[in-house]
Design a protein around this ligand. Structure first.
Ligand SMILES: Nc1ncnc2c1ncn2[C@@H]1O[C@H](COP(=O)(O)OP(=O)(O)OP(=O)(O)O)[C@@H](O)[C@H]1O
Length: 464
């Protein structure tokens, strides 16, 4: 969209402006009345509009067009042409959002100054919009671990279908990001992605928020489901949805339609439903807190999002992504990481998963000193190992064991973490822990750890 749209009912003027701008190298489109002008905008939004206020033989005058463009295409700058002595109208137009005005008769220099500035503004706005869009598509999901690749391949498969997806995984693991990934890579990408976060909506307002309402004085107010029409509705933490709402949602899913609160008309919506939960929904069903029928409808394609601890290998990549992101968005220092600091991040406990990693990085960059590589001592105490919840439990259990067994428990935990960190690669793990590859292999066998997962002979039986 790089052309300039000139709308003026006077042929001489529109052609004169058109010729001047063409000589300056701009692509130009001409319209002589409001219908032609609107048709041009609909065909392709221009980079700039030059618009006469008075349009003969038109359904809309310049101000009407201005209002309509500001509503639907607010990023297009509009330069008003006003007749001599119509300054008040031009000023009023600027209040309505016009970029600037030129007065008839105008000279070429004056026209070019205004147009160049407006085009620059338009370019900057487009760039900003692009950046914003790119920022949103920092829905670029990152990771190269096996666990992440499996997730990604599952997500890619469901983008092609319309099936309802249930994302399960711990808090902060990236469930919403996964839902946005499905939306953006599906044929619904052009329509809305609407999040329904049950925990944050008061139960008594739930119906209104979801279905909208109709009142005599305010008319129709669309609810979230209607806003998502054609796109995706994302039920964040469905387990938090009150039982009453669950029944209503179930009805909408069965009938594909609903009525607004206070209204009679049936509203039809075309929605793709993606839900997420951190809870075990079968247990919630058992406890009478979740409706089995709703679960059956939402859980058509279950996809598990791995915890960060299941994908420690991805921590360095995620860390540099977040450093880069905070540098670009907040001007925080662009820093490296020492090898030890990286190893520590990879071996820490992450109950808050990717979100926690992101917060830790932000905190370190804000509080940190200097611009050199991030060092171990800068990593916040509660995340640095010894004091974390997981290690405390291990410590507590170990305290009751004789040394030989406690050492085995420690060695097993330690080696599982390290192997995970190196994506299951035994040679690299051996290099890091300082053992021969074959010795490490034997050790893993004797501890009942195979292939870097907590499988093999598993926990307690080994202790015997
Ligand atoms: N693979 C990834 N690559 C980059 N950033 C990620 C990735 N996964 C998660 N994030 C980031 O981690 C943060 C948490 O992700 P998200 O909100 O999607 O998690 P969630 O599982 O929906 O959390 P909750 O259960 O608390 O709602 C977000 O800032 C997100 O951008």
């Amino acid at each position: 969209m790089t052309s300039i749209l000139i709308t003026d009912d006077e042929k001489d003027i529109r052609e004169l402006i058109g010729d001047i701008l063409k000589d300056e190298g701009f692509a130009v489109r001409l319209a002589s009345n409001s219908d032609e002008c609107m048709a041009e905008i609909n065909a392709e939004p221009p980079a700039l509009m030059i618009l006469d206020i008075w349009l003969k033989d038109s359904r809309m005058d310049g101000i009407d067009i201005l209002k309509s463009v500001k509503r639907d295409n607010p990023d297009i700058p509009i330069v008003i042409i006003s007749g001599h002595g119509n300054i008040e109208i031009a000023v009023a137009a600027i209040k309505q959002g016009a970029y600037d005005f030129i007065e008839k008769p105008f000279n070429i220099d004056q026209l070019m100054v205004v147009v160049s500035r407006a085009m620059e503004t338009s370019r900057l706005r487009r760039e900003n919009a692009d950046l914003r869009r790119r920022d949103v598509t920092s829905t670029d999901m990152l990771g190269s671990s096996a666990a992440f690749k499996t997730l990604k391949s599952h997500l890619e498969k469901v983008t092609k279908s319309n099936g309802r997806v249930m994302l399960t995984g711990p808090a902060g693991s990236g469930k919403e990001m996964a839902a946005r990934f499905i939306h953006q890579h599906s044929n619904r990408a052009g329509a809305a992605f609407v999040t329904v976060s049950s925990a944050t909506i008061e139960p008594e307002r739930m119906e209104e928020v979801l279905f909208g309402r109709e009142t005599a004085d305010r008319g129709v107010e669309k609810g979230l489901l209607e806003q998502a029409h054609g796109g995706v509705v994302y039920f964040d933490e469905v387990a938090d949805m009150p039982l009453g709402t669950q029944s209503k949602i179930l009805r909408v899913l069965t009938e594909q339609q609903f009525t607004r609160v206070g209204g009679n008309d049936r509203v039809r919506v075309d929605l793709r439903v993606i839900s997420s939960t951190t809870k075990d929904l079968r247990r919630e069903i058992g406890a009478g807190r979740f409706r089995q029928e709703l679960f059956d409808r939402l859980n058509v394609v279950p996809i598990a999002v791995p915890s960060l601890e299941e994908r420690r290998e991805d921590i360095p990549e995620l860390t540099s992504h977040f450093i880069d992101m905070f540098h670009r968005s907040q001007g925080l220092p662009l820093r490296d990481l020492t090898g030890e600091a990286e190893a520590m991040l990879q071996t820490m406990q992450w109950p808050g998963n990717v979100r926690q990693l992101r917060n830790v990085i932000e905190r370190v960059l804000i509080l940190g000193d200097g611009t050199g590589p991030i060092e171990t001592r800068e990593l916040p105490g509660q995340e640095t190992g010894a004091d974390t919840g997981g290690r405390m439990v291990l410590g507590g259990a170990m305290a009751t064991l004789p040394l030989r067994e406690a050492r085995e428990v420690f060695e097993r935990e330690y080696l599982i973490t390290q192997i995970n960190r190196f994506g299951g690669n035994i040679s690299r793990t051996a290099g890091f822990v300082g053992m021969e590859r074959s010795a490490l292999h034997r050790k893993l066998k004797s501890l009942g750890v195979v292939g870097g997962h907590k499988n093999g002979n598993g926990g307690e039986e080994d202790e015997e």
